[in-house]
Design a protein around this ligand. Structure first.
Ligand code: ADP
Ligand code: MG
Length: 365
């Protein structure tokens, strides 16, 4: 339904979107996940023909958006980051105006009524838009995107600024819309994307950093092992934490270390990722012993989507999760210290990525 090839956008010197390519199948709900400034809105603005690209191609139902913008755009309903509402109009007058603008041929009254019912705004049809709550205004924004029943819906951060109840309502509505439309939805909030989308593209710094289902993205990263190290430092001040992080990073085979939250007073967890080839446990033990840091726990865990997202967006390397690559199965080990030695016992052959991704569903921001 949508095909994007080598799409690039420069604003002067600034490369906002860098050579991204992806496809969206008919009926899919695709989530664009990325931090602020990642290039989500820029990409959506190009997809909808709102701004032009610097280079690359966009096909909407096989129609090139630059060659035949009218025809391509007729297939798209767009809810931009800031909904294009005429706030002095009533909801009904505004939707009528959008109906005319889009040269909609569907029966006027019943179509507008249907859209209002779907977006649950029938009860405020006669009200002036500026007097509506943010949740209602957002639904009016969605309603204008739905006028003319376009097969493709592009929704830019549709739940930003809404309260938790309104967020759930909008999500439910989007899921419902996904049954009849191809939807691209952007958000900087992982649980939101996980709750609504069939497939996720993680965008970071204008590039596609991962593409696949939540499970696929999580599973394909599992050959890079993550472990949690819980240690007790003497004081565990900020400089201690830095020293610990630095010392761990020096261990051959360790690729990434992040100090996590304080568990108890003076006891901290460190997230560690290895290259997946080197067994780093003995070296960790040695380094900690040399420095007088007590290891209270060392546990292997595979990366969840949240870890991946954090890692990507916190400036670590980009991960290209290829949906087709085969995930390496690895045993899950339970590690304990006995008589000053690390002992490992296998507790499960299953990769927990999928289960954890499932658990993350439904959370609020
Ligand atoms: P996102 O929607 O993911 O938050 P944007 O697509 O809005 O990101 O922005 C991507 C990058 O492009 C940002 O660094 C932003 O500052 C820059 N940018 C966006 N719009 C413009 C513009 N009109 N002129 C210059 N830079 C822009
Ligand atoms: Mg944006």
């Amino acid at each position: 339904m949508i095909e994007v090839k080598n799409l690039t956008k420069r604003y002067g010197d600034k490369l906002a979107v860098n050579n991204i390519s992806f496809k969206v199948e008919k009926g899919e709900i695709l989530g664009f996940l990325g931090p602020n400034g990642a290039g989500k809105s820029t990409t959506m603005n190009m997809l909808t023909g709102y701004i032009s690209s610097t280079s690359g191609q966009i096909l909407i139902d096989n129609v090139d958006i630059l060659e035949d913008p009218k025809k391509a755009k007729a297939n798209i309903g767009y809810l931009p980051e800031i909904p294009p509402l005429y706030v002095d109009m009533t909801v009904e007058a505004y939707l009528g105006f959008m109906y005319d603008l889009k040269k909609c041929k569907l029966p006027r009254k019943s179509h507008i009524n249907d859209v209002c019912n779907l977006c649950k705004i029938s009860d405020v049809k006669g009200r002036i838009i500026k007097n509506l709550s943010k949740g209602y205004r957002q639904r009016v924004g969605l309603a204008q995107a739905l006028i003319n029943n376009p097969p493709v819906l592009i929704l830019d951060e549709p739940t930003v600024g809404l309260d938790p109840n309104q967020i759930i309502e909008i999500r439910t509505l989007i899921k419902k819309l996904g049954k009849r439309h191809t939807v691209i939805l952007s958000s900087h909030i992982l649980p939101e994307i996980q709750a609504v989308c069939d497939r996720i593209i993680i965008i970071n710094k204008g590039e596609v950093a991962a593409d696949g289902t939540a499970d696929e993205i999580a599973k394909n990263i599992t050959n890079e092992h993550k472990m949690t190290l819980r240690i007790e430092g003497e004081t565990h001040t900020a400089s201690d934490k830095k020293a610990i992080t630095e010392a761990l990073k020096k261990i051959s085979g360790i690729k990434y270390v992040r100090a996590d939250m304080e568990r108890e007073k003076g006891i901290y967890d460190y997230d560690i990722e290895t290259d997946g080839k080197t067994d780093v446990r003995r070296d960790i033990n040695k380094v900690c012993a040399e420095n007088g840091w007590n290891i209270l726990m060392l546990q292997l865990s595979d990366l969840t989507l949240e870890d991946i997202f954090l890692k990507i967006t916190m400036g670590e390397e980009n991960i290209s999760a290829k949906t087709s690559s085969s995930a390496k199965k690895s045993p899950k080990l339970d590690l304990k210290i006995e008589n000053g030695e690390l002992k490992a016992s296998q507790i499960s052959d299953d990769l927990p990525g999928a289960a954890e991704a499932e658990e993350n569903k439904g959370g609020e921001e």
